[in-house]
Design a protein around this ligand. Structure first.
Ligand code: 5AD
Ligand code: SF4
Length: 446
């Protein structure tokens, strides 16, 4: 399974593997070794979509070379491109055997059986009434210390640039008992950190067994009671739907990490309005202030789109000013990509590509400088790091700081899975180097 795009796709890919294990499939590294190859695709920007079609072209050769073997390859396209362009895939790449959207992958074993049985392409891109979550096995820890857990899917916000409401469907929250029981089984399997996932995770309102509903802040408070779970994160946030309970959770739940991805998209009120974002810059500022008041060490990251239709030099300057004002410690930034069927794609005032490229370069330079500056401020201090993997060099472990910085350290393997206080010795643009002070570590639960 090859995943493109967001963390939700990474999570979905694992769940597909869980569904296929009982019928005899296991993961392989190389496309040429796969009996079933699934591209779990992303539709968010044009580039991501074109990548899928070019990968399909290459895979066709592998598939053809195995046609006469005892194990012909089944080729499947999943995810948001499948959902949005099922018919187009059929036309452009008729050699694909299965096309299925994000809401139907619980039927994967049945689709694979049909692909073996039938000629032609199996197409499953409906939004079924039943929830796929009711048909998925419990998620597995798989030897990891940090795991994703989907709590909410879909989006009703219809930002004018975005395909997600069309590909992932309407907002839908999983019942709290299901989320808590999945979290417990991940923790029982050794997971120490859980990142709650949702396209608009702030819209979470899960049904409780008492017939009431719980928002994200209170769900986090409940999850924090699980012994052995040391860190909680959530993503992706929609600023206009961060409520008081969630802000309160940042103040009262030490396990909730002081790092928040809070996409603002633009620093200009008129562009935000054209994007249908439902927050203006004053509201965003005030939200950041409230969160900082709740947890003084909280740090922010964001997504930015440059060259949205109608964006002037002055609008772009407002974005640069906001970046300085908030001091984001990391961010993703993109050139606006017109997506078929979204309102902004038909707007007048499309910005020429050269201007988009220039603006992106300017913004990314500023964001990188801020990230480097933040990384430098940690040098000489101690940070609690969840050591969750082996580094590139012998004896090296890697982990994450509370602020999602990658940290490298020479430390004994037995520290894997522990949160260890490490002294930060050096800052690189995208990571930190730390020293480990023998057995004398303090186990920090933050
Ligand atoms: N063009 C460019 N960037 C986009 N994003 C979403 N849609 C588009 C688009 N049409 C960005 C937003 C969002 C992130 C996941 O992708 O910044 O937050
Ligand atoms: Fe897309 Fe996020 Fe806007 Fe929903 S809130 S439409 S997922 S950008």
């Amino acid at each position: 399974i090859k995943s493109y795009g967001c963390q939700m796709n990474v999570y979905d890919a694992e769940r597909m593997a869980d569904l296929l294990a009982p019928i005899g499939y296991r993961m392989v590294e190389e496309a040429k070794d796969a009996d079933l190859l699934i591209l779990n695709t992303c539709h968010i920007r044009d580039k991501a979509v074109e990548k899928v079609y070019s990968d399909l072209g290459r895979l066709r050769r592998i598939k053809t070379s195995r046609e006469t073997s005892t194990h012909p390859m089944i080729l499947a396209v999943a995810g948001c491109v499948a959902q949005a362009e099922g018919e187009e895939i059929l036309k452009r790449t008729p050699y694909v055997d299965i096309i299925f959207g994000p809401q139907t992958y619980h039927k994967l074993p049945e689709m694979v059986a049909r692909a073996h049985r039938e000629t032609g392409t199996v197409l499953e891109t409906e939004f079924p009434l039943e929830s796929k979550f009711d048909h998925l096995p419990k998620p597995k820890a798989r030897g990891r210390y940090s795991a994703f857990l989907t709590v909410q899917e879909g989006c009703d916000k219809f930002c004018t640039f975005c395909v997600v409401p069309y590909t992932r469907g309407a907002e839908n929250s999983r019942p709290t008992a299901d989320v808590i029981s999945d979290a417990r089984s991940l923790v029982a399997g050794g997971v120490r950190e859980i990142t709650l996932l949702g396209q608009n995770v702030n819209a979470y309102h899960g049904a409780t067994p008492h017939g009431t509903e719980l928002g994200l802040g209170r769900l986090i408070t409940e999850l924090a009671k699980i012994n052995g779970l040391h860190r909680i994160r959530y993503t992706t946030s929609y600023p206009a739907e961060v409520d008081d309970d969630l802000i309160e959770a940042h103040a009262t739940v030490p396990k909730l990490m002081p790092y928040l991805h809070l996409p603002v998209q633009s620093g200009s009120d008129s562009i935000l309005q054209a994007m249908n974002r439902r927050h203006n810059i004053d509201a965003y500022r005030s939200l950041v202030d409230q969160l900082r008041h709740a947890r003084s060490d909280i740090a922010f990251s964001s997504d930015f789109i440059v060259g949205f239709p109608g964006e002037t030099d002055a609008d772009f300057q407002s974005t640069l000013d906001l970046v300085d004002e908030i001091g984001f410690i990391s961010a993703y930034s993109f050139k606006y990509s017109p997506r078929p069927g979204t309102p902004a794609a038909a707007s007048l005032g499309q910005v020429p590509d050269e201007i988009k490229s220039q603006r992106l370069k300017t913004l990314q330079r500023k964001l990188s400088a801020l990230q480097a500056a933040f990384n430098s401020t940690t040098v000489g201090s101690k940070l609690p790091v969840l050591l969750d993997g082996h580094g590139r060099y012998p004896g090296q472990l890697v982990g994450r700081s509370p602020y999602m910085q990658a940290v490298h350290v020479s430390a004994p393997t037995k520290q894997l899975g522990n949160i260890v206080n490490l002294r930060i010795e050096a800052a690189h643009p995208n990571s930190l180097a730390a020293s480990y002070e023998g057995e004398n570590y303090r186990r920090a639960i933050t």
